[in-house]
Design a protein around this ligand. Structure first.
Ligand SMILES: NC(=O)c1ccc[n+]([C@@H]2O[C@H](COP(=O)([O-])OP(=O)(O)OC[C@H]3O[C@@H](n4cnc5c(N)ncnc54)[C@H](O)[C@@H]3O)[C@@H](O)[C@H]2O)c1
Ligand SMILES: O=C[C@H](O)CS(=O)(=O)O
Length: 488
């Protein structure tokens, strides 16, 4: 990846932090390496930022705020649109970066770049739709109204599974609203964030408005971001466990927070469903990104009458999936991100089998970090693979009989991000979407994400929404103004 001099500091071949409008070596010039999960190769050396580096980035964001927030929404939107154009012009390079640092197939990586860039375009336009309100005067001789103002200096902490899109869906609304941003990408995948920030600078985003501090010490940098009184908001995407920790760390300074956390999506198939459509949806939802998305189907509930037919069709499709290096043509399922992820998937599957489950296809880690796309049937309802987020290419299947029974099972989780239901009965479709306790529901759809959709969860899957016309709200404050003394 050091063959990208535009992004890495070519002469030293180090991907420096991007702070205050340019590359910045970490304090002590510390570095860490990034490896390709497909083969373990070191693909880049990156500045290893510390608390001091984070504080410098926060200072740069604070200095940049007055001028950036003073620009008109149209001016900010024009710069964001230029950034979008640069992202699309560089989409192939950015896709190669994603595949190299986290393993997804190039086709999926290209889709992610376009998805992430789509958020920039969307919020370039939404910037000019941040309206205020006029309130009917509560008393004579007075006017009352509401204006919307940027929250201020924001921080973002993002995951490795969508290293471009998860950050773009935070930084785009933040900058559109007039905020400035300090971002800490995941240690496994800092390159996509750094490349996107470089393009932002080239697009005319002023120095200090968007800063990226890569680090192998998430806790130290995270604490600098969460404890700073200058940082008025934290937007986090990641596991629920880390989200809880960060919420607690933000309490001391009463920060605004957006939390996009873990999921445990039920995928429900009724006997009256279009079976082929349900299998198509299952394949798209379960095996995308090797099962490493927060909205992947995590457990399949299939009505007993069609259980065997559904399993047979699914197994046939899963067996045909091509596993390999995401950079190779034809690869459909890449590696898992690291050994810990592989160990977790293996553990959950082994525990399911110990509980009586039957592996219908797959079930083994092949070489390195690759895991065979798997279908496992006859899974116990309370198995750990049903209760925990798998984050791997394994589909546990459970038979059910009645609507009431499956609603209870689907909702029996602390998570509430996404749920899926296949049925051709319109009444049942409405009853299910009403009854499912989730932030997002796919009805006869396995892929529901879009820049136009309010993406987010309830319960312990988080708070706030990203994308849609709602996504910019998380970066705005409301100011109520009452103007008196207006009587003749
Ligand atoms: N709801 C969503 O939109 C969404 C999207 C993608 C991923 N996720 C969730 O993210 C998880 C997988 O991603 P992950 O493994 O990167 O999650 P993670 O929580 O381990 O890490 C996410 C980010 O938090 C950082 N982090 C970890 N510990 C920290 C600490 N103590 N202080 C500060 N930062 C810390 C990491 O460095 C990374 O940047 C899954 O649970 C998945 O469901 C949710
Ligand atoms: O996993 C995280 C992403 O939000 C998944 S999606 O591409 O937005 O569906």
């Amino acid at each position: 990846m050091n063959d990208m001099p535009r992004f890495s500091n070519a002469d030293q071949q180090i991907w420096q932090a991007l702070v205050d409008g340019g590359p910045r070596a970490a304090a002590g010039e510390k570095t860490f390496t990034v490896r390709n999960p497909a083969n373990g190769d070191v693909i880049a050396t990156v500045a290893d930022c510390s608390c001091d580096d984070a504080l410098s980035a926060i200072d740069a964001a604070q200095r940049a705020l007055p001028e950036w927030r003073a620009r008109t929404a149209a001016e900010r939107g024009t710069i964001l649109r230029r950034w979008y154009d640069l992202m699309i012009a560089e989409e192939d390079t950015l896709a190669r970066l994603i595949t190299a640092e986290m393993g997804k197939p190039l086709g999926e990586a290209l889709g992610e770049v376009r998805y992430g860039a789509g958020y920039i375009k969307w919020f370039a336009e939404e910037a000019e739709r941040v309206y205020g309100e006029i309130i009917p005067a509560p008393v004579g001789g007075a006017k009352a109204f509401v204006t919307r103002e940027p929250v201020g200096v924001c921080a973002a902490i993002t995951p490795w599974n969508f290293p471009n899109a998860m950050l773009m869906r935070k930084v785009a609304p933040a900058l559109a609203a007039g905020c400035t941003m300090v971002a800490k990408p995941a240690e496994d995948t800092p390159l996509s964030a750094l490349a996107a920030a470089q393009l932002a600078i080239e697009a005319g985003v002023p120095a200090g408005v968007f800063n990226v501090v890569p680090t192998s010490n998430a806790g130290e940098v995270g604490r600098a971001l969460t404890e700073s009184e200058v940082v008025r908001k934290l937007s986090f995407t990641g596991s629920t466990g880390v989200g809880r920790k960060l919420l607690a760390q933000c309490a001391g300074t009463v920060k605004r927070t957006s939390m996009e956390l873990g999921g445990n999506a039920p995928f429900i198939v009724f006997a009256d469903a279009d079976l082929d459509a349900a299998v198509d949806g299952a394949m798209a939802s379960k095996y995308r990104n090797a099962g490493q998305t927060c909205v992947c189907a995590n457990r399949f509930y299939v009505q007993r009458e069609i259980h065997d037919a559904f399993c047979a069709k699914l197994v046939e499709r899963v067996r045909a999936l091509k596993v390999g290096d995401g950079a190779q043509d034809g690869t459909e399922v890449g590696p898992l991100i690291n050994q810990a992820a592989l160990d977790k998937v293996s553990r959950l599957l082994a525990e399911a089998v110990e509980g009586g489950a039957r592996i219908a296809t797959g079930g083994a880690s092949t070489e390195g970090l690759f895991f065979e796309p798997t279908v496992v049937a006859d899974v116990a309802r309370d198995a750990s693979i049903v209760r925990e987020e798998i984050f791997g290419p394994v589909a546990p299947i459970i038979a059910f009989d009645t609507e009431e029974e499956v609603v209870a099972a689907a909702n029996d989780t602390p998570y509430g991000l996404a749920a899926y239901c296949y049925t051709r009965d319109l009444g049942r479709a409405w009853r299910m979407s009403d009854a499912l306790e989730y932030g997002m529901v796919g009805l006869n759809e396995g892929i529901i994400s879009s820049v136009a959709a309010p993406f987010g969860g309830i319960k312990q899957s988080g708070m706030g929404r990203e994308g849609s016309r709602h996504g910019i709200e998380d970066y705005l404050e409301m100011k109520y103004i009452r103007m008196g003394g207006l009587s003749a």
